[in-house]
Ligand binder design. Structure first.
Ligand code: ACO
Length: 379
């Protein structure tokens, strides 16, 4: 007998609305993205990443005094504990930096004595403080991971520098020119938050069990690693290396599509007519291309974008311009997605706090399609 009441299955939760959020609004019709009501393009142009982090966590942009206090806290927590460095040093140099970063956040959680002694970890104050610690320490973790792979000594943070300048200082041992710092800061703001994407939803699922914020971020990093999500910025550079030069882009694309490959850095679950963040990141990439005199890079970038539009009508997502931008800045390709982690930790933890403020265990249903009930032989 057929079951006429079978529920409709929404594969990949596509189109399913699971909750409300006041943190960001993605509107594919108007191709816009708002953080707490502010257009992300305006935030990238007018605010530092520290101001954006404050906004995501507190709901309002900071006053001068609030920003000064926030920056003091962030700068005070930049150093990495010896135990975290030792834990990273115990990993093989071949370990992917995303695995290193995920492990380091997990170690930070294991070092937090509050988690061992009581359940105050679900208090808003605890979550806010620990979110600040992860936000402040992630640049040191990412820098340590890249420098160790290159057999370079660790560079200590400088508390006279803003977030992005200090980040680049710790990775490269010097502060690059302003144009590079600004492009990096823009990328951090653009990557900071994007409503119920896969990694943020992962963080909310973990939080919904009343687990702690380190666990939520550790799980979110695991979700971000995949090439259908954050791993795409790394994958874009592999595509560029495979293609080699602009004149080969069309032939490469035709073959890749014939092999049914997904082209990294293109397409989006929500935006079907272009990602609202791309024009801002493309402008930042253009400043870097001019700064480093790498016209060849933009030719390849444009050739693949145009070919993809002509063949499939699919537009680039944020990972398409950010991959080459990070490459030009000098980051190892494997470190691109950890940079996304450093930015998105602000959005993830804002969602952790929002989830805790009106929690309901996230536990969907499934339709069973395995064998009918049967019996173990001898039972
Ligand atoms: N390359 C080739 N074809 C694509 C791509 C792509 N990048 N994206 C979508 N398509 C095609 C699909 O093959 C499908 O075609 P079909 O109907 O003929 O089968 C159609 O477009 C619809 O695609 P879906 O996979 O259903 O779209 P979905 O919303 O599930 O996927 C996703 C979105 C996963 C991002 C997809 O576009 C993709 O795999 N892109 C490449 C990975 C990537 O860049 N991820 C980064 C996401 S953004 C971010 O994390 C910042």
């Amino acid at each position: 007998m057929s079951d006429t009441t079978a529920p409709e299955i929404k594969k990949g939760l596509a189109g399913v609305v699971v909750d409300t959020t006041a943190i960001s609004k993605v509107n594919p019709e108007t191709n816009s993205l708002l953080y707490r009501g502010y257009p992300v393009q305006q935030l990238a142009a007018q605010c530092t990443f520290e101001e954006v982090a404050y906004l995501l966590w507190h709901g309002e942009l900071p006053s001068d005094d609030q920003l000064a206090e926030f920056e003091d806290h962030e700068r005070a927590h930049r150093h990495l504990d010896r135990v975290v460095k030792d834990a990273i040093d115990a990993l093989p140099l071949t370990a992917h930096p995303m695995d290193v970063v995920r492990t380091a956040i997990s170690v930070l959680g294991a070092l937090d004595e509050t988690l061992a002694h009581d359940r105050t970890w679900i208090e808003p104050d605890f979550t806010m403080q620990r979110s600040m610690r992860m936000f402040a320490k992630l640049p040191a973790i990412v820098a340590y991971a890249q420098r160790r792979r290159r057999h370079e000594h660790a560079v200590e943070p400088r508390d006279d520098l803003g977030y992005s300048a200090n980040f680049l200082h710790m990775v490269f041992g010097e502060v690059p020119e302003r144009v590079v710092v600004d492009a990096f800061d823009t990328s951090m703001t653009l990557y900071a938050e994007h409503s119920f994407n896969a990694s943020t939803f992962t963080a909310r699922v973990i939080t919904s069990t009343l687990s702690d914020v380190y666990s939520a971020v550790t799980g979110a990093i695991g979700a971000l690693k995949g090439p259908l999500h954050g791993g795409a910025n790394e994958a874009v550079m592999h595509v560029f290396s495979e293609i080699g030069s602009a004149d080969r882009a069309e032939a490469w694309l035709d073959q890749a599509l014939a092999e049914k490959r997904k082209i990294m850095g293109f397409g989006h679950r929500v935006y079907k007519n272009g990602d609202s963040r791309v024009p801002t990141m493309r402008a930042a990439l253009d400043t870097l291309i001019a700064h480093y005199d790498r016209r060849d890079m933009v030719e390849l970038y444009d050739a693949l974008e145009q070919a993809m539009d002509a063949r499939k009508g699919i537009k680039p997502n944020l990972d398409y311009p950010s991959g080459p931008a990070y490459h030009l800045m000098g980051f190892d390709t494997e470190v691109f997605t950890p940079l996304f982690v450093a930015a998105r930790v602000t959005g993830w933890t804002a969602h952790v706090m929002e989830q805790l403020s009106a929690n309901a265990l996230i536990r969907p249903l499934s339709v069973y399609n395995g064998p009918d009930e049967r019996h173990v032989p001898g039972a």
